[in-house]
Design a protein around this ligand. Structure first.
Ligand SMILES: Cc1cc2nc3c(=O)[nH]c(=O)nc-3n(C[C@H](O)[C@H](O)[C@H](O)COP(=O)(O)OP(=O)(O)OC[C@H]3O[C@@H](n4cnc5c(N)ncnc54)[C@H](O)[C@@H]3O)c2cc1C
Length: 454
């Protein structure tokens, strides 16, 4: 236990790694954490992405507890270990909570019979820490780490890392600190590095991946449609699970489908513009004034085995804009498509029509199907089976085409300690690796810390 450990990022991952280390007797003075944000006493509520406890640990705090939610974990360490690691993260949040008895767990019951045999319903517990308590949790947690001797550098941005010489280069962002110490930049060496920069450091992570030609994991394509219908047809399921996740898998064909990001009550379809093309998403308003009694969710296909998923998806999204645009009400010359057997496109929460070109079944069959290289049939089968499970649905629905998720590359790591293949003392964790949630980010970091303790 005499190695100098540097952690870049005091987010959910970095903080959990340090906690695991000091809890097990690792000398705090050998651990340095650098973050471009502020400590929890100086961090403002609106500083959403940077500072102690990072992104979701400061502003939301819903702890999901399932290995299929929140990014990659069990692929590295197996199911059982993954659950145990996530438990440790949840325990840490409770441990520093001023009123741990107020942490609530919502845990939907068994899969309802009426959706079988057509769909699976992914049910998972969620721990609600309580947004109002996050700043107090952060302060208690920070005080503990400081009391153990952990060294923090706040408002200090890591600008480059030399993986060969084990050196990191840091730029001070706080003018007063610069004045006090008399220099704007400093260098630090490490024996082990935990790289935990989260979403706010994604460009930096990608830059390093490029500079060091880090190999990455094969990714899947994530493409589909945004489905919309009156809420009444789905109410029976919404009562069981508000953000229900229906799924089905075709292992032999490398395709799985899931409903994604369900919005209810005051639910609106939103147009997203990425790389100059339109795709669709959804959001829900809280204010009752916006209630429209609609439900929308993505029906996303995960397609494996496509060589360059990013380029493939971009081409398809692009073709779905140009293929059919005879009468776009907004006058744009590029927009996505809308198909419904009976409905018209809805309006946005601002009251304008959701930008889309309504197409016929014929166009759906003869244009969209071939553009999607035969994969669109999975979406249509999904909808056909929803009609069986939700009998009042009938033709009372519409789809906005396409919805797409462009996944950022995930660097290849050694599964036993999440270290880079060519740099065994550099460990990537959290959103900077493959996580997409608090519990998984923290769990990956604890996994690395456990390995360092061995
Ligand atoms: C508004 C919001 C709400 C969310 N709500 C939830 C939720 O309820 N439940 C859930 O599971 N997930 C939620 N998430 C996702 C979740 O926050 C992330 O998955 C999680 O925080 C990732 O942890 P991390 O430690 O990898 O990164 P982060 O928590 O993002 O921390 C990264 C840290 O690295 C620092 N950093 C970045 N680059 C540098 C650099 N170059 N030099 C120095 N420091 C750097 C940043 O300042 C930041 O503090 C939410 C995300 C957001 C944005």
């Amino acid at each position: 236990m005499d190695k100098k450990i540097v952690i870049v990022g005091a987010g959910v991952a970095g903080v959990n790694a340090a906690t695991k280390l000091v809890d097990n007797g690792y000398p705090g003075n050998l651990i340095t954490i650098i973050d471009m944000g502020k400590d929890p006493y100086n961090r403002k509520p609106e500083e959403v992405m940077t500072g102690f406890l990072g992104a979701g640990g400061w502003s939301d705090g819903k702890l999901t507890y399932h290995t299929a939610i929140g990014g990659q974990l069990s692929k590295y360490c197996g199911e059982e270990k993954a659950m145990e690691l996530m438990d440790q993260v949840i325990t840490n949040f409770k441990r520093f909570h001023p009123k741990p008895e107020e942490v609530q767990c919502s845990n939907p019951e068994e899969e309802p019979d009426f959706i079988k045999p057509y769909f699976g319903l992914r049910l998972f517990p969620v721990w609600h820490v309580g947004t109002d308590y996050l700043s107090e949790i952060a302060k208690n947690w920070y005080d503990y780490l400081v009391s153990k001797g952990v060294q923090f550098h706040w408002e200090a941005k890591v600008t480059s890392i030399d993986f060969n010489k084990n050196d990191i280069f840091v730029k001070e962002l706080n003018q007063e600190t610069i004045k006090k110490q008399g220099f704007p930049d400093f260098e630090l060496s490490y024996d082990e590095l935990i790289f935990a920069v989260g979403k706010s450091g994604i460009d930096f992570a990608q830059q390093l991946a490029q500079d060091y030609k880090l190999p990455d994991e094969p990714k899947s394509v994530q493409i589909g449609v945004r489905f919309e219908a009156p809420q009444e047809h789905f109410q029976k399921l919404i009562d069981i699970s508000y953000d229900f996740k229906l799924y089905r898998k075709f292992d032999d064909e490398g395709v799985s489908l899931r409903s994604f990001c369900t919005n209810n009550n005051a639910a609106y379809v939103a147009v997203e513009e990425t790389y100059g093309d339109h795709s669709y998403n959804g959001h829900a308003k809280k204010d009752e004034a916006y209630r429209n009694n609609m439900t929308n969710f993505g029906i996303l296909m995960e397609i494996n085995g496509i060589e360059d998923p990013f380029t493939w998806s971009r081409n398809i999204v692009n073709k779905l804009q140009y293929t059919y645009k005879p009468h776009n009400p907004l006058g744009n010359d590029r927009t996505g498509l809308y198909y419904s057997p009976s409905r018209k496109p809805s309006t946005t929460s601002e009251g304008t029509e959701v930008s889309s070109t309504q197409i016929s079944l014929d166009t759906l069959t003869h244009v969209v199907e071939p553009v999607m290289e035969g994969y669109f049939k999975y979406v249509m089968d999904f909808i056909q089976d929803m009609k069986k499970v939700f009998p009042t649905l009938g033709d009372d629905w519409g789809i906005y085409i396409p919805e797409v998720k462009y996944l950022s590359p995930e660097v290849k790591v050694d599964y036993k300690n999440l270290s880079l293949i060519d740099y065994s003392n550099v460990h990537f964790v959290g959103d900077a690796l493959s996580a997409r949630g608090i519990t998984v980010s923290g769990a990956q970091a604890i996994y690395v810390a456990e390995n360092l303790l061995k």
